[in-house]
Design a protein around this ligand. Structure first.
Ligand SMILES: Nc1nc2c(c(=O)[nH]1)N[C@H]1C(S)=C(S)[C@@H](COP(=O)(O)OP(=O)(O)OC[C@H]3O[C@@H](n4cnc5c(N)ncnc54)[C@H](O)[C@@H]3O)O[C@H]1N2
Ligand code: MOO
Length: 418
């Protein structure tokens, strides 16, 4: 029999981060950068206005008041995106919109509310209106030099290091890459994980359930868990207990997989098809028993030749397959991703009830952990208890050598939601 740690070490021994690829920005969401990103230009790329108003020369507005406004000739109208800019000379102003480039000669922007907006009333305007030919504008207060100008390079200067290799790309990092003109980036890709459940008793949820049949739930749990871990997961539900069919399905799936996960068919039953299909032959999947509960029977190996794809064959009981995923498959996905946190966090917590565990097996009980450092088991030990599993947010670990823990003992807790 293998210990949990020996099996995990064996599973991880050949796994490395996947080779980097270039992806379009939105395809790179959730991936980690595989390059340092350095700015090749300034941002903003040009001096521009942060307000809708008038670009002016400061000397022209010195001493301006509501009673004695500066009256300036409007020589142009600059919208955001304008390429042709009027020159602003003494006694002149240009209408300008937020984000539009500053015209030559102007030193500041008077927001429209500091002017009469060209209405000729001398009263503060509330908003820009349509431009009037040969317009004059009255500026009602002095405009300090540089007011309401967003300077070229004030956000990012050419040569700035923007993002380090290893950075996880979320919305704001992708926005930054777009802002500096990157259409694609070099990232560590998401592993492609094929999830396959076996069992002739399985029907797809939503289909009629006949005598002796049950709904395939493992392929949903495992596919969602693989996505949660950062993978692109493909669900192949309900392969019947027929070794030839299973081999054909695996052959078919190999081309799109960095990792294959199966559930069911690894025990000692007469129809344990995964074992039958993958034991011996050209594949080198090894079936073994682990000192743990649940999750005793496990398979692991490479299929599709020596440089093939790793395959983890998990037990069929729903709780067993999910816990096996968390302990063994998730770390493979996280390693392939190049993530710094390969394993789920483990914390200590006080359990107010007595716990029992079989000798020689590390037990993983479903539990509810609260941030005050307490944990309680939910449901019983049975590996079929999906109701309790869905209420759990952690696994309470009872070590191999321990058969009973008194109420109030501190235990290790694997957090599933962090
Ligand atoms: N004589 C023995 N019997 C069993 C042993 C043993 O050591 N000796 N080990 C038990 C343990 S522990 C486990 S775990 C299971 C593992 O069995 P398999 O991996 O072969 O899984 P199956 O027999 O195919 O299914 C077990 C159980 O889970 C249900 N199942 C399977 N797939 C799904 C699915 N996709 N969605 C929902 N439920 C699923 C299946 O109907 C069975 O009830 O073996 C024990 N037996
Ligand atoms: O190992 Mo089984 O996984 O105990 O139910």
């Amino acid at each position: 029999m293998w210990t949990v740690d020996e099996h995990l070490a064996d599973v991880l021994s050949g796994v490395t981060v996947l080779p980097a690829i270039d992806l379009q920005l939105l395809d790179a969401q959730g991936c980690r950068l595989d390059e340092d990103v350095v700015a090749t230009g300034d941002l903003p790329p040009f001096d521009n206005s942060s307000m809708d108003g008038y670009a002016v020369r400061t000397a022209d507005t010195a001493g301006a008041t509501g009673e004695y406004p500066s009256v300036l000739a409007v020589v142009g109208d600059i919208a955001a995106g304008a390429g042709d800019l009027p020159k602003v000379g003494p006694g002149q102003a240009a209408r300008i919109m937020t984000g539009a480039p500053m015209p030559p000669g102007a030193e500041a922007v008077a927001p429209v509310e500091w002017t009469d907006g060209g209405t000729g009333t001398g009263h503060p305007a509330e908003a820009m209106t349509a431009p009037v030919a040969d317009e004059e504008v009255r500026v009602l207060r002095p405009v300090p030099a540089g007011a309401h100008i967003r300077r070229r390079g004030s956000d990012i200067a050419t040569g700035d290091r923007l993002l380090d290799a290893g950075t996880l790309l979320g919305p704001t990092q992708l926005g930054l890459l777009a802002a500096v003109g990157r259409g694609s980036v070099r990232v560590r890709p998401r592993p492609r994980v094929v999830v396959l459940s076996t069992g002739s008793e399985l029907v797809q949820p939503g289909e009629p359930v006949g005598p002796g049949q049950i709904c395939d739930s493992n392929s949903f749990t495992l596919t969602a868990a693989a996505r949660d871990a950062g993978a692109i997961a493909y669900r192949v539900g309900g392969v019947p207990d027929d070794a030839a069919v299973l081999r054909a399905v695996l052959e078919d799936q190999l081309g799109r997989a960095d990792l294959i996960v199966t559930s069911g068919g690894v025990s000692v039953g007469a129809y344990d098809v995964v074992k039958e299909a993958l034991q011996g032959g050209e594949g080198s999947v090894d079936f073994r028993k682990l000192r743990m509960q649940p999750g005793k029977p496990q398979g692991f190996g490479m299929i599709g030749g020596p440089a093939g794809v790793p395959l983890l064959a998990l037990p069929g009981n729903p709780v067993s397959s999910y816990i096996s995923f968390e302990l063994f498959v998730r770390p493979v996905i996280r390693t392939m991703l190049g993530a710094p946190d390969v394993h789920r966090p483990v914390v200590r917590a006080v359990c107010p009830v007595e716990l029992r565990s079989p000798a020689g097996r590390r037990q993983f009980l479903r539990g509810r952990y609260t941030p005050d450092g307490r944990v309680e088991p939910v449901g019983g030990e049975g590996s079929h208890l999906v109701g309790a599993l869905a209420r759990a947010n952690c696994l309470i670990t009872v070590p191999e050598e321990v058969t009973a823990l008194a109420a109030g003992t501190e235990v290790d807790v694997v957090l599933l939601t962090a």
